[in-house]
Design a protein around this ligand. Structure first.
Ligand code: COA
Length: 378
């Protein structure tokens, strides 16, 4: 085998076959479980999307009820996980560190045996509870028990805020969860597949995936996008802000993408969802401001870098939408995890259907032929 070509970021490596999602970066198309993203996002509840990814078809009404019941039954975290999350909050650890602890200890609340399918259920059901429990402790409030009369998205918002969310907020969150549930073989999904390929368990794979998502190159952009929008709104000079950022050699958060050469299709769906939400229930002026900022930024980027196509990515409208529906800034990345766990678990199940341990090779560039020097002579 040829060892001379090393593909460091594996961009040119096709490491799996998947029926879960497909991305066309030139055309700006994303297909999830066979549905164009816009079709899925406009119609599905998150529970339906999870069923679709796990089973490669939509559920019947009875199957959907069963999945809803199963998820409700598994929402509660163990007392030990709760204590761990309180400790994380008290010590000022980050929300993603807390989510990783919540994921890792999820098996403590597993009551009905271990199988990849049961573990997938536990992970999807418990991540929102872990994120919300941490947040309540961090803001000096007692955590709330999950409410079994609410769906997955509405219950997450309830556990965060203590209030039953409006239909508009629930629908906004549901659209977000569906939009980012899966996106090809991204870093965290690859990590999950690599872990489960050793015939380890799905909860371990999800824990590793949360660790991967924590990195700023993967899940960290929406928080800084929101900071940027608030800053620019205060200064009142969007064009000046963009010019100054680029003059300083910095990147504009929420723009550019490794794969998409046109506007990220997820940005399309989320901007429409944000527009609907803000018109209905939010601060319409903030949405208008964000849209004007986007236009200015895209124009300046095109002027400054005519050699590139730097367009709006998913993170820009993630920040606008999540802020509107009341998800705190510090929970943007954990909320991404609450969505992506649907994809991670589906990839784990898919990997196990036709498993081969993930084991790429490395080209050795170290020394050879060394002779040992005893420690007293070094
Ligand atoms: N603002 C300004 N310049 C940008 C830019 C941005 N948001 N994104 C890319 N560029 C420029 C780079 O500086 C680079 O310029 P150079 O050729 O002079 O070095 C060129 O575009 C290509 O950059 P590269 O890093 O190769 O692109 P990439 O495809 O690897 O990067 C991202 C993709 C997403 C990492 C990059 O666009 C980025 O950092 N965006 C901002 C952060 C963000 O929004 N992340 C969320 C992504 S979903």
């Amino acid at each position: 085998m040829d060892d001379t070509y090393v593909d460091k970021g594996l961009e040119n490596v096709v490491a799996a076959e998947t029926r879960l999602s497909s991305i066309d970066g030139e055309a700006g198309e994303l297909v999830i479980g066979g549905f164009p993203l816009a079709e899925l996002a406009a119609n599905a509840t998150f529970e339906e999307t999870v069923f679709l990814l796990w089973n490669d078809r939509l559920p019947t009404a009875d199957e959907l009820d069963d999945l809803r019941d199963d998820l409700r039954e598994h929402r509660a975290i163990s007392d030990e996980t709760r204590n761990l999350l309180r400790e994380a909050a008290d010590r000022g650890q980050s929300a993603m560190d807390a989510l990783r602890m919540g994921a890792a200890s999820a098996t403590l609340a597993r009551t009905d045996g271990e199988s990849p399918e049961r573990d997938a259920l536990v992970a999807v059901a418990q991540l929102p509870t872990a994120a919300a429990t941490y947040w309540r402790y961090r803001t000096g409030e007692e955590p709330l028990d999950p409410r079994s009369d609410l769906g997955h998205a509405a219950n997450y918002l309830y556990m965060l805020t203590g209030e039953e969310p409006s239909d508009a907020a629930t629908r906004g969150l549901e659209t977000y969860l569906n939009t980012v549930v899966d996106h090809g073989l991204n870093a965290s999904t690859f990590a999950a597949r690599a872990i489960v390929s050793t015939e380890s368990d799905v909860v371990s794979a999800v824990t590793g995936a949360v660790g991967s998502l924590k990195g700023p190159l993967h899940g960290g952009a929406p928080g800084p996008v929101l900071d940027m929008l608030f800053d620019v709104r205060d200064t009142g000079d969007p064009e000046g802000y963009v010019e100054e950022t680029l003059d300083a050699g910095e990147r504009l958060m929420g723009f550019g993408h490794r794969v998409y050469r046109v506007r990220d299709p997820r940005a399309e769906v989320l901007s429409a969802a944000a527009e609907r939400f803000y018109a209905d229930d939010g601060d319409e002026a903030f949405f208008e401001f964000a849209r004007e900022f986007e236009e200015t930024a895209v124009d300046v980027l095109a002027e400054r870098r005519p050699d590139l196509t730097l367009q709006t990515n998913v993170e820009f409208y993630t920040a606008v939408l999540l802020n509107g529906i009341g998800v705190p800034r510090d929970l943007f990345t954990p909320t991404f995890g609450v969505a992506r766990v649907g994809g991670w678990t589906a990839h784990c199940l898919e990997q196990l259907e036709d498993n081969r341990i993930v084991r790429p090779r490395a080209r050795y560039v170290g020394e050879t032929g060394r002779t040992w020097t005893p420690v007293e002579n070094r």
